[in-house]
Design a protein around this ligand. Sequence first.
Ligand code: PRP
Ligand code: URA
Length: 209
Amino acid sequence: MSTVTITNHPLIQHKLSILRDKNTSSKDFRTLIAEISMLECYEATRDLPLQEIEIETPICKCKAHNIEGKKLAIVPILRAGLGMVDGVLELIPSARVGHIGLYRDPETFKPVEYYCKLPTDISERDVIVLDPMLATGGSAIDAITLIKKRNPRSIKFMGIIGSPEGIKALQEAHPDVDIYCAAEDDHLNDHAYIVPGLGDAGDRIFGTK
Ligand code: PRP
Ligand code: URA
């Protein structure tokens, strides 16, 4: 079974409280999503393999470490996943970026695919899927199913808020995909929104409501 990491670092918890607040502006919301994503990325990349190298400081030669030539790709789920891209690229500027477009049907809550563009060499890459909200889990599950058809080396999921239902569904559907979230909330309401959550992430990022 996959691991679930809730990155409840004080800096993340502080920023998450402001993010949840309904009075936070779209501008601040975007900044906070990017900052939390960067902090979470630090945790999600903790297992990147290192190689020993030799460098020369102004004082002497010494052994040091750099990240092995590991190829990464990030795949935001449109729209809200886009808000996480810049924060992750701050830490991993060489990552390739794919995009998967899914929206939740408002009646059935099932994801509907409308776009998929992935790096051509994704089979040589480790992939991190980005979406701030893991509610029923349907969008993350379908996005990962699409990516798996292209045989990447590995896949992780990075969200901001997960529901117990979504985390369980994702673990059951894709037991090989480790999950990183900043919080696990209480439950889903009758509209499949996360409670307490932060509302509609896409609308809050893009100011569309
Ligand atoms: C939201 C969110 C996730 C999805 C989560 O997207 O960004 O992609 O819902 O819900 P799920 O776990 O139940 O599938 P939405 O469908 O509202 O589209 P948008 O990002 O374009 O607003
Ligand atoms: N999508 C969101 O943006 N928020 C939720 O709480 C659930 C799905």
